[in-house]
Ligand binder design. Structure first.
Ligand SMILES: [Fe+2]
Length: 220
């Protein structure tokens, strides 16, 4: 009985630690083949179950190490974890945003808006959705190596702006409205080296309703 009472606090502490540190792969809000022909089922399956899962695993491992180093007061080792936290944490954040800002081309979510908050803001800042698409695609195609193209809301200027980030760096200067993954793992199996074809096709599956919800939240 005495050993049982001693073991309870230890189990409770372990459970709390696990609950705080474990990130999980969010389910896709559609089937793996739902974005065809813009993005193939093979790409979506690998991208979600392998690539995103790897970022989740890496983030959990880095946070577990962080907890140990903090408990030990090991500042040098904590500093040494920064790159892993940024890469894997950014990868998890970016992909979680990415899945939600896509939707099947047959759905109401992918119809280009003709009214509403997003329509008004895009028209004011870019003139038209065609102009927006051209600017996003040009700047995203110009990313050297791996990275992301973003339509972001600048809370200072109150404008939508097109920006890019390298590697898995999350967008911190703007509120992300639409993110486009321009890592080769996002398109190479289907589009090979032809980035412009991938970038043109992805607009058929952009979830404008999600983009509008993010914009409305950003402006509050
Ligand atoms: Fe990716």
């Amino acid at each position: 009985m005495a050993s049982l009472t001693r073991s309870v606090p230890r189990l409770t502490r372990t459970a709390v630690t696990l609950a705080r540190s474990q990130h999980t792969l969010p389910p896709l809000p559609y089937a793996y083949d739902a974005l065809e022909p813009s993005i193939s089922s093979e790409i979506m399956t690998l991208h979600h179950t392998k690539h995103h899962q790897t970022y989740v695993n890496g983030l959990n491992a880095a946070e577990e190490s962080l907890g140990k180093f903090q408990s030990a007061g090991d500042i040098k080792s904590i500093i040494g974890l920064q790159a892993a936290l940024k890469f894997n944490g950014g990868g998890h954040i970016n992909h979680s945003l990415f899945w939600k800002n896509l939707a099947p081309s047959s759905s109401a979510e992918t119809k280009v808006p003709t009214s509403g908050a997003l329509y008004d803001q895009v028209t004011a800042d870019f003139g038209s959705f065609d102009n927006l698409k051209k600017e996003v695609n040009a700047k995203t195609a110009a990313v050297q190596g791996s990275g992301w193209g973003w339509l972001g809301f600048n809370k200072g200027t109150k404008k939508l702006e097109v920006v890019t980030t390298a590697n898995q760096d999350p967008l911190l200067t703007h509120v992300p409205i639409i993110g486009i993954d321009i890592w080769e793992h996002a398109f190479y199996l289907q589009y090979k080296n032809v980035k412009p074809d991938y970038l043109n096709a992805i607009w058929d599956v952009i979830n404008y309703k999600e983009a509008e919800a993010r914009l409305v939240a950003a402006k509050k």
